[in-house]
Design a protein around this ligand. Structure first.
Ligand code: SF4
Ligand code: SF4
Length: 504
């Protein structure tokens, strides 16, 4: 029995030199890059007035004070479920978009794609297009090579520095920190984050590039679970393009296109022209497909793959091969779309000469409705809880040991930890009241001047109090009680249930 070759789980990186390309999808990518980078770099400088006792940065994660701010939304650590909701929404939205349009997130919006695109643009700007870069890499070291390489890496590092700098702005007051950076007066902890993000950006976008998508990102591996026959994917039309080759284009592909461009009611009179028929009818004149085998679609691909080999998990659906091929088709005066976004259902229908479904049918399908329903449900719950969010909250924790104390006069005393969350940006005074036990006395421990009638809590903070409830021994061992705090200015109140224990 012959020994089988070991399975290769990792292939050594082959440097890819993506060629410049123009076209509709390249323009969309430029636009997305400008918008996403613009948001990332400048959003921390947006201001949002929240009053005197709160930061005025529109988007801020305030770690020391344990708050997150997003325009009019302020999230406390107790409200981390909002974060869960946002993550669920983001995940389902990603599933929905992937099931509709394949890996458009990867091809246009993913930070790895956006920064790699930017780094390749810099590389091209300094070192030239694909052939020039290849030639430079293959050439011996010279002053010109050193200058171009050094300039490229310096610009990459500067972009990395801006990226790391912008990241820490989201966790600090951006204008203040910017001024500190300008004066080289940055706290050490902040400095480490900037350094870490500078080098992460430099390594990931400058060197690792497509390896991140191929080996590090799990999304590429499980995306196929979200694909179905109605998902838009980028595909090469082999029936039209093959057999590929150089030479003068003759009729077969045009006959094929005529067939598919014909209105559906006229299609019955036309039979699809199969390759076999094309070749048979061609006689000695070998018919060739529309692909002239120029390899431009491969040269522009940032993942270094040949889409003509079929859908591959490395493909990030960026559409650059479509732009490249369309430009070739324009030059040789053939219709565009040899490589295009299409669904498997439509592709098979075209191959079989059957009518092609309307573009809505791939959007309006059960899977889309499930995803939309989940997003509407989660979004609705989050919106409702945001709109009905109370600016004050009460938390009560009954003592576990001892559960109660029998006092010398025969009355029973229970102890509680009380927390009052003042989520407003004003200092407040609250009144604490009790329901559920007759003639009970409320005392606040350790602060003689404090009474349950007037508990002060600073703006945007939590007031901690130690509460004792004393009552003559009621019948029964455990009694449900209701504690209520009321804002003395607005009369807004919040209540919690707890227990009063008088027997084991
Ligand atoms: S084959 Fe390459 S160029 Fe074409 S969409 Fe996929 S990743 Fe982009
Ligand atoms: S760009 Fe178009 S014509 Fe050129 S090799 Fe690719 S598929 Fe064929």
């Amino acid at each position: 029995m012959s020994e089988s070759a070991p399975i290769q789980l990792f292939a050594k990186q082959q440097k890819i030199y993506p060629k410049r390309v123009w076209g509709r999808y390249r323009k969309i990518k430029w636009l997305v890059m400008i918008v996403t980078l613009g948001i990332y770099y400048f959003a921390p400088f947006l201001r949002w007035d929240r009053g005197a006792n709160a930061p005025d940065q529109a988007i801020l994660i305030d770690m020391p004070n344990r708050r997150a701010y997003f325009f009019f939304i302020e999230i406390w650590p107790q409200e981390v479920y909002y974060l869960t909701g946002i993550l669920i929404l983001a995940a389902v939205a990603l599933f929905c978009v992937t099931s509709l349009a394949g890996r458009v997130w990867c091809g246009y919006f993913c930070f790895q794609t956006v920064w790699t695109d930017l780094f390749v643009w810099v590389e091209r700007l300094v070192q030239g297009d694909r052939n020039a870069r290849k030639k430079l890499d293959e050439s011996r070291w010279s002053f010109t090579k050193l200058r171009k390489k050094a300039l490229t890496h310096v610009i990459w590092l500067l972009i990395g520095l801006c990226t790391g700098g912008a990241w820490v702005f989201y966790f600090n007051d951006a204008p203040t920190l910017f001024e500190q950076i300008m004066h080289f007066d940055v706290p050490m902890s902040v400095m480490w984050w900037i350094i870490a993000f500078t080098f992460t950006t430099y390594l990931m976008a400058g060197f690792a590039r497509e390896q991140v998508c191929t080996y590090m990102c799990p999304y590429a591996r499980f995306q196929s679970a979200m694909f179905d026959r109605d998902t838009l994917i980028i595909g090469y039309d082999a029936q039209r393009g093959e057999p590929r080759g150089k030479g003068k284009r003759t009729s077969p592909s045009h006959a094929w296109l005529r067939h598919h461009e014909t209105r559906s009611e006229d299609r019955a009179s036309l039979e699809p022209v199969s390759l076999h028929e094309q070749e048979a009818s061609a006689g000695n004149n070998r018919k060739i497909g529309d692909c002239i085998d120029c390899s431009l679609c491969v040269q522009v691909c940032p993942m270094g793959i040949d889409i003509r080999d079929g859908l591959q998990y490395e493909c990030i659906a960026c559409g650059l091969c479509i732009d490249a091929c369309n430009s070739v088709m324009d030059k040789i005066d053939l219709p565009r779309g040899l490589i295009r976004y299409d669904t498997t259902t439509n592709q098979e229908a075209r191959d079989a000469g059957a009518p092609v479904a309307s573009s809505w049918s791939h959007i309006l399908r059960p899977r889309t409705f499930y995803y939309a329903a989940i997003m509407a449900l989660v979004g609705g719950i989050m919106l409702y809880s945001l709109l009905t969010r109370s600016p004050l909250e009460l938390h009560i924790l009954h003592d576990r040991n001892p559960l109660y104390v029998l006092l010398s006069d025969g009355s029973i005393r229970n102890g509680y930890d009380v927390k009052i969350l003042n989520k407003t940006h004003e200092d407040k005074t609250y009144t604490l009241t009790l329901d559920g036990i007759e003639n009970a006395t409320l005392t606040i421990q350790g602060a003689g001047h404090l009474s349950p009638d007037a508990l002060p809590v600073f703006a945007d903070s939590i007031g901690h109090f130690r509460l004792f409830i004393t009552a003559s021994k009621p019948a029964g061992g455990r009694h449900t009680i209701t504690l209520r705090i009321t804002d003395r200015d607005t009369q807004l109140s919040h209540e919690r249930k707890s227990l009063f224990v008088s027997d084991q």
